[in-house]
Design a protein around this ligand. Structure first.
Ligand code: SAH
Length: 544
């Protein structure tokens, strides 16, 4: 009889489905911008309807409702709700649209739109992530945290493991299993925190980490249960702000494919003719607007509004490769004609953005993710202390793995929609389409050092380099030997199984164009040490 190999020895999970960012960056902003004029037409039609002499408010509302229903079938309930909101308030910032699409209470991609029996991850889902491809990924991240714990003096208690955006819980499971083989460190863990917006994924994570149908209790902070590894308390929260901060704690934070799911604002620099009034900056509301004689460069925000009724993929210029899997987009991107609240202050918030305006000028594009800065600041304050939360001795580490430029450039045109492993328009079927954008690693680093004097940054380095230095080759070779000897436990040949393990490894470290080893990057936030110690994977050695 073939011995049954525990799942954790198999080493491979999925090897076929593409990851979130297999495909090159798309052109949503440039192509959708061409819909600007037709969007304006859609808005004036609504305005005309409102001009009719009202007979009674209810009659008008009913008539408008009827007209709307007749005129337009929205692709999802969330699309209808968004369109109603936009009709009332005007076009919304891309970040508001993205936030609703991903985490709206009703019908957000992560919070409820996906029908029962289907989830976001894996072959039958929309995308696959590194921890779902191979257990080795999470094991090496577990080892990375162990090396940090050792290097920072083997703190005996007060260690907290925090994961933001934990998906199915697979990564945390692999990390905990690995740490469990280092009992002194495992015993130092006081609590595990999981920051998760999705109620369904919270249940999946609990079942995996605490046992099927384990119970949990609710408090003001979130949901509490007990982890199957060492009975450590585990707490689920909606946001990292709910996790208490204390100076004696050593937070070990992991963010894998979380920052790319945070909403972005997008801007374009335009040259404004001399005849227009130059608006005062938001920081200087008291000063009167000035008449300029020279054209000025100003940022304009990309906004989202409904696409014109009867739009087709062709009329909205959806790239043909993104037109197959969805009906025509309900929404489109337009460039605001005048400054918005966000265009007045966000592009002024960093010298990098101001330099881009001076360097590129008219036509420069810019994406800014304020939530990424908030999370990075929070991580930094927990590790290094801050004015609000002083910490005598900085301790802990944050590891951020995601995709985005590694050369300090600011992301542009990086918003993407993903359905069933294909690139689709980000404006089609809101709530059913995954949305993500490149991470501005340099911006994350800037926010972290601004938030705390007690931290330093390492990276970003390519995922391929990081995993190889962490010993992926050796770990995979061990698993391959085990697989060859034992098979996969389900009757399949050991050689075939060993090949699958090898393919998964190749995929994680692939540095070819679009390969995960090159596109994904790792960045670390550590206690400030004047750069004297480099962490493993970022040019440093293991410190015992
Ligand atoms: N880290 C996992 C999952 C990545 S997908 C993996 O690599 O497999 C993004 C995860 O972040 C999901 O769990 C999603 O529900 C969660 N998420 C997205 N936006 C969030 C938000 N604003 N707050 C909390 N969780 C969020």
């Amino acid at each position: 009889m073939r011995p049954v190999v525990p799942r954790v020895l198999l080493g491979v999970r999925r090897s076929v489905a593409p990851s979130k960012c297999l495909v090159p960056r798309h052109h949503a902003l440039t192509t959708q911008r061409q819909g600007l004029l037709s969007t304006c037409r859609a808005f004036s039609a609504t305005a005309r309807r409102r001009e009719r002499a009202p007979e009674s408010a209810t009659e008008i509302a009913a008539a408008e409702e009827g007209e709307e229903e007749e005129e337009r079938k929205w692709s999802t309930p969330l699309a209808k709700q968004l369109a109603r909101a936009i009709q009332a308030t005007g076009p919304v910032p891309l970040a508001s649209f993205m936030r609703m699409c991903l985490t709206a209470d009703i019908g957000g991609y992560y919070t409820g739109a996906i029908e029962d029996g289907r989830d976001q991850f894996g072959l039958k889902g929309d995308f696959v992530t590194s921890p779902e491809i191979s257990q080795v990924f999470g094991e090496l991240i577990g080892v990375w945290f162990v090396t940090e714990w050792l290097a920072q003096g083997r703190q005996g208690k007060g260690v907290e493991l925090i994961e933001v955006g934990p998906g199915r819980g697979t990564l945390m499971d692999d990390i905990l299993r690995t740490i469990h083989s280092f009992p002194a460190m495992a015993n130092s863990i006081d609590a595990i925190y999981m920051v998760e917006a999705s109620p369904k994924l919270r249940v999946a994570q609990r079942n995996l980490l605490c046992g099927d149908d384990a119970s949990w209790t609710e408090s003001k902070v979130g949901y509490h249960s007990v982890c199957k590894y060492g009975s450590i308390p585990i707490v689920w929260t909606d946001t990292i702000k709910s996790i208490p901060i204390a100076p004696e704690k050593m937070p070990l934070i992991i963010a894998h494919e979380f920052f790319d799911a945070l909403p972005i604002h997008a801007f374009q620099c335009v040259s404004v003719p001399a005849t227009q009034d130059d608006p005062p900056l938001e920081t200087d509301k008291s000063s009167p607007s000035t008449r300029t004689t020279q054209p000025t460069l100003q940022w304009r925000e990309f906004l989202v509004s409904p696409s014109p009724p009867g739009s087709t993929h062709a009329s909205l210029n959806t790239p043909p490769s993104q037109s197959r899997a969805t009906p025509p987009p309900d929404f489109q991107l337009t460039l605001a004609q005048a400054p918005t609240r966000h265009s007045l202050y966000l592009p002024e918030s960093s010298p990098r953005y101001r330099a881009l305006r001076s360097r590129v000028g008219d036509g420069a594009l810019l994406e800014i993710c304020p939530d990424a800065a908030l999370y990075a600041s929070d991580f930094a304050a927990r590790i290094g202390g801050s004015a609000q939360h002083p910490k005598q001795k900085p301790s802990g580490a944050a590891l951020i793995l995601d995709y985005g430029p590694g050369d300090g450039s600011i992301p542009t045109n990086s918003l993407r929609g993903i359905r069933l492993h294909e690139r689709v328009s980000p404006f089609a079927e809101p709530g059913l389409t995954d949305l993500s954008a490149d991470v501005d690693f340099e911006g994350v680093a800037e926010a972290a050092v601004r938030a705390s004097e007690g931290v330093e940054l390492h990276g970003p380095v390519d995922q391929g380099t990081f995993l190889e230095v962490m010993g992926i080759r050796q770990r995979v070779e061990t698993l391959i030997q085990a697989a060859k000897q034992r098979g996969d436990g389900s009757g399949a040949g050991g050689d075939e199984f060993a090949r699958n393990i090898e393919m998964a490894w190749e995929r994680l470290v692939d540095r070819g164009p679009g390969g995960m080893g090159k596109v994904y990057k790792a960045m670390a936030i550590l206690p400030e040490g004047e750069g004297k110690r480099k962490p493993v994977g970022f040019g440093g050695d293991v410190v015992n």
